[in-house]
Design a protein. Structure first.
Length: 334
């Protein structure tokens, strides 16, 4: 597992001293997420906390609870709505359970490269998705980066779409994710991220899809023999805050949160690739995994098999956003 130096993400912090004056004015933001600390999400969250504390001279502290210490990805949305935590950063597929239009970010092979992801996240699509979060006591702050998803399983190397038919996969919730596996004719079980390892361990599921940073930090390789580098989808996150909490903040604190969030997001975008590359090197040095990379021909087979996912998603996403995602895909096509 790749570690990291805390000073690297916040060496210029001014940490709050509980003895200093103004303690009663201090604001605490509880930030719950399910990933490990040394993943793109974990490190971007730490960067955000450091930036916000610095910008508010220690008057706003972010208490980060990684690894589902407080809430898992099955109950964090309700915890945010109820004000049991102030911030979460679920995968976009999890948000699409509540706001189906978010499934557009999970479409298979929608993003040929990282520039395409950035254009979707920080352009018209990302803006529309964040502004559309309403009627749920949830405020959308930004979109954070992780990386491309890969396939692992315990039985054999996956090369073609036909190889999925005899396997049982753990999946995240979300209509696009489910339809993706439907088109691959494989059986699935929706399981929380923090329960994936134990279900691989007891062979309840044969495989799962995830980024290399998540595969490595959660040690899925201990119960998976085969890894297919497919880059078939992109895993990112929506950063959300409780709306009532946000409304109760002063305008100056809101401005500081927005500024810290913008800087943290930019930091995360620049470093997410590097972080996943670090975990990729660790995985490649692991002799227990057999790694296979799709050829161009095999990738084309996957894309063809998964094309119907777009047709079904458009019924919910709408033609305007679907046209935009297809434009981005074509602009950066291989």
């Amino acid at each position: 597992m790749i570690g990291f130096d805390v000073e690297e993400i916040g060496s210029d912090n001014t940490y709050y001293d509980d003895e200093q004056e103004g303690l009663d004015e201090q604001i605490t933001i509880r930030f719950s997420h399910v990933a490990a600390e040394n993943t793109p999400k974990g490190r971007t969250a730490s960067k955000f906390a450091a930036l916000l504390e610095d910008k508010t001279n220690g008057n706003v502290k972010v208490q980060i609870y990684p690894n589902a210490l407080l809430y898992n990805d099955a109950n964090e949305w309700e915890a945010l709505q109820n004000g049991n935590v102030e911030m979460i950063a679920p995968a976009t597929a999890k948000i699409s359970e509540h706001y189906p239009v978010w499934q557009i970010l999970d479409l298979p092979f929608a993003f040929p490269n990282y520039q395409a992801v950035e254009e979707a996240y920080e352009g018209e699509i990302g803006e529309a998705l964040l502004e559309g979060l309403n009627h749920a006591n949830v405020k959308g702050l930004d979109l954070w980066y992780n990386g491309y998803k890969q396939m692992t399983n315990q039985e054999y190397a996956i090369r073609t779409p036909d190889d999925f038919s005899r396997l049982h996969f753990r999946t995240m919730p979300g209509p696009v994710i489910q339809e993706q596996f439907n088109q691959l004719n494989t059986s699935t079980s929706k399981l929380s991220f923090n329960k994936t390892y134990q279900n691989l361990e007891v062979s309840f599921v044969d495989g799962q899809e995830n980024t290399l940073s998540n595969i490595n930090t959660k040690k899925f390789y201990e119960h998976q023999k085969y890894l297919t580098i497919s880059n078939h989808g992109y895993l990112g996150y929506g950063v959300l805050m409780n709306q009532d909490f946000w409304d109760g903040l002063s305008s100056s604190v809101q401005e500081s949160i927005n500024a810290a969030m913008k800087e943290a997001t930019e930091w995360g975008r620049r470093h997410a690739i590097e972080i996943n590359d670090q975990h990729a090197r660790a995985i490649r040095s692991n002799q227990s995994l057999e790694i296979y990379t799709l050829s161009a021909e095999e990738r084309a087979q996957w894309e063809h098999a998964l094309h119907p996912v777009y047709d079904k998603a458009e019924q919910t996403v709408g033609s305007d956003l679907m046209k935009e995602i297809k434009t981005i895909k074509e602009r950066y096509a291989y």
